[in-house]
Every structure is written in structure tokens, then in C-alpha cells.
Design a protein around this ligand. Structure first.
Ligand SMILES: C[S@@+](CC[C@H](N)C(=O)[O-])C[C@H]1O[C@@H](n2cnc3c(N)ncnc32)[C@H](O)[C@@H]1O
Length: 354
């Protein structure tokens, strides 16, 4: 089977329009012209380009990090339809015959209608992997081999596809399985944890999330993000007029400052600035850029709350403001902006000096 029919992207249900507009724009910049087939609230979409070779060539270099609203991506082949519930495996193996993969992700869109298929995906994975291995079609962890994606859009239809190892999300459906740690003051702790495992690589996490380093958390209450950083051993200044969870407030690693997050500055530079204040995204973006430009922090991780309309433009506007401010300061940066699983009507940004 050729995997060159369309690019499949998963996104938050309700964000298909934003995801489609962005992938079309990114593709067009690379000279690949195409159109999206997106049905609202399905949690996924397909980008088709009449020039299949151009699509495949562009996909080779495409990184998930370039697409704000996409959780996962793969290049798809022909959908396999009318799979019999008693034997879905045989036609899939037949269609994939002759190919060798380095791993398998069995997935379904994260949407109301398809969520019940998650059970099927979980049950199907092990027999599929066994069957592929038995036929020499799976070499787990082989970095030279593509990953196989199987996207169930209903219980009898699957879209097969491939991605480069490391190109998409390592987690099925682009959703890391995280469990809220005991003692976390709010579920927001998971939001920061997801950002840290998604936007930083292992080396970066090891170097920057360790005892001895300092962080400032703007809009910290009740303390989920602060708790997450404390767990990694950092000293945290938690800035918020609201109360922190009492146990966290009593921690020797935490200093609670009841101040305005837009006015607070640390006495000396810190490694991390994190910010979850519910504020206009442009204001937050300017603030984050200013901290970096003035050398108050080395890296910033923050949420940008999205407006009801023109959400893609709001993200682009924040990016422009940050890039312009740091260009004026002569500071090289890298900025990743992604809508993560735990982000509702918001995106998470990670800004660092390079
Ligand atoms: C979504 S909550 C933060 C949740 C937090 N990240 C956690 O993990 O528990 C937003 C917080 O921002 C605070 N906030 C909003 N505007 C602020 C400002 N100008 N200065 C300081 N805190 C602010 C609010 O008081 C609120 O506690």
C-alpha cells in the first residue's frame, strides 16, 4: 500500500477549522497546495494535495511542532472499509503486506462519537503487534522504520498511515497518559506536566528541572503548577493574590507573594517563568517576552487563553509580538506553541533562549 493519499491530523474536537487553516498555510509556504476535508467536532481532518509526490516530500520534513492545533500526524493510504468485526486483522495485514514498521499506534479521534472506539483500539493492539511480528513486519524500536498508524473512524473502517519515528506524538492519539499525583492542589498540575513532557526533550528536562534551580509561577493559586515544580526539586516563588493550598504554602521550597503578576520581578534571574494567569493573550505574550528580553528568566512556559473567534489569528499575533520584542533585544529564541490535550480554549507556549 502506498501512503500518499492525504495527511491526517488529530486535534481537539471543535478546532478542526483552525487546524485546517493552519496546515493549509504551512503547506502553501512550502509550495504544496491542497485543501482540507474537515467535519466539525470529529477531532481529526485530512489534508489532500493533488500532487501526491509533493505532499509526501513535504511530509518527510514536517514536524508536529510546526502545527499549533494538531496533536498527531501521519501520511495516510487508502481507507480499509467494511472490516468484519470478527476478523479485522486479515484484511489489514493483507493491505500492509511487504512493509516493515518500527512501531504501531492504534488510534481513534478524541471526539464524542468515536471515544467508545478506544476500547477496541486497546484490545486490537496486542494481537496486531503479534501478527505483524510473526510475519517479520514489525521491528519494535527500529529507528530506520516508519511507525504504523491505524486510525479507526468507526468500528468497521480504518485509515492506515505512517510517520517518521519522532515526527509525531509518541502517544496514541497524541495524548500522554498522565495520572494526577497524590497531593496535587489542582488538576492544572497535569497541564504543566503534559507541557513539560511534550515540549521539552529528556535532556532538556533533566538539565532544567532539578534541585538548585529557581522558578517564578505567575497566577499560581491554588498551586498545581507550583506543586509540579516543587516535586522536581525547584525553589518556587508563587505569585497570586489568591490562596495557595495550605500544605504547599508551608513548603520550604515555596515563597508565596500576594502581588500583581504583571508588576512582580525577581531580584535575580531565574531558570523558569511559568504563567497561567487568565488574561488577554497579547498581554501575557508581551510580559513573557519582556522577562526573557530583560534576562529575568532563561525560559518561559505559559498559557494563552484564546478568544471565541479568530483564534488562529490571536496565536499568530502573540507569536509576532514575542518574536519582534526579542529581535529588538538581539536575543535568539525558540518558540513552540501547541494546543495540548489538557488545554481547553487555550494553547501552551514554550519560549527559550537559544
Ligand atoms: C487558572 S488559575 C491558575 C491555576 C494554577 N496554575 C494551578 O495550577 O493551580 C489563574 C490564577 O491567576 C490568578 N491571576 C489572574 N490575574 C492575576 C494577576 N494579575 N496577578 C496575579 N495573579 C493573577 C488568579 O488569581 C488565579 O488564581
Amino acid at each position: 500500500m502506498e501512503f500518499d493519499r492525504q495527511l491526517i491530523l488529530y486535534c481537539r474536537a471543535g478546532y478542526e477549522g483552525e487546524c485546517a487553516a493552519q496546515v493549509q498555510a504551512v503547506a502553501a509556504e512550502a509550495g504544496v497546495h491542497g485543501f482540507c476535508r474537515a467535519v466539525p467536532d470529529t477531532g481529526y481532518l485530512g489534508f489532500n494535495a493533488p500532487d501526491a509526490a509533493a505532499l509526501a516530500g513535504w511530509f518527510e520534513h514536517l514536524e508536529l511542532d510546526e502545527l499549533v492545533f494538531a496533536r498527531q500526524l501521519f501520511l495516510a493510504g487508502e481507507p480499509l472499509e467494511q472490516l468484519a468485526p470478527e476478523d479485522r486483522l486479515t484484511p489489514i495485514l493483507r493491505a500492509l503486506a511487504g512493509q516493515v514498521f518500527g512501531g504501531v499506534l492504534v488510534e481513534t479521534p478524541d471526539a464524542e462519537a468515536t471515544r467508545p472506539l478506544m476500547r477496541l483500539c486497546r484490545k486490537f493492539r496486542v494481537p496486531l503487534e503479534r501478527a505483524l511480528e510473526h510475519r517479520g513486519m514489525l521491528r519494535p524500536g527500529d529507528p530506520e522504520r516508519p511507525l504504523l498508524h491505524l486510525l479507526f473512524t468507526d468500528s468497521t473502517t480504518v485509515i492506515p498511515g505512517r510517520s517518521r519515528p519522532g515526527q509525531g506524538s509518541p502517544w496514541p492519539m497524541g495524548i500522554p497518559r498522565l495520572k494526577l499525583g497524590r497531593g496535587a492542589p489542582s488538576r492544572s498540575a497535569l497541564k504543566l506536566e503534559e507541557a513539560l513532557v511534550t515540549l521539552l526533550d529528556a535532556d532538556e528536562r533533566e538539565a532544567t528541572l532539578r534541585p538548585g534551580l529557581e522558578a517564578v509561577d505567575l497566577g499560581a493559586a491554588p498551586g498545581g503548577w507550583t506543586w509540579q515544580l516543587v516535586r522536581d526539586g525547584l525553589m518556587v516563588t508563587a505569585v497570586d493574590n489568591g490562596p495557595l493550598a495550605p500544605e504547599l504554602a508551608a513548603s520550604p521550597q515555596v515563597e508565596h507573594r500576594r502581588e500583581d503578576g504583571f508588576a512582580f520581578r525577581p531580584d535575580r534571574p531565574v531558570e523558569w517563568l511559568v504563567c497561567d494567569m487568565v488574561e488577554q493573550p497579547s498581554r501575557v505574550a508581551e510580559l513573557m517576552a519582556d522577562w526573557l528580553a530583560r534576562g529575568d528568566c532563561r525560559r518561559a512556559l505559559f498559557n494563552l487563553k484564546l478568544p471565541m473567534r479568530r483564534r488562529q489569528q490571536a496565536v499568530a499575533d502573540c507569536r509576532e509580538r514575542i518574536e519582534a520584542r526579542l529581535a529588538r533585544a538581539g536575543i535568539g529564541i525558540r518558540l513552540s506553541i501547541r494546543q495540548l490535550y489538557h488545554d481547553r480554549d487555550e494553547v501552551t507556549a514554550y519560549l527559550r533562549r537559544v
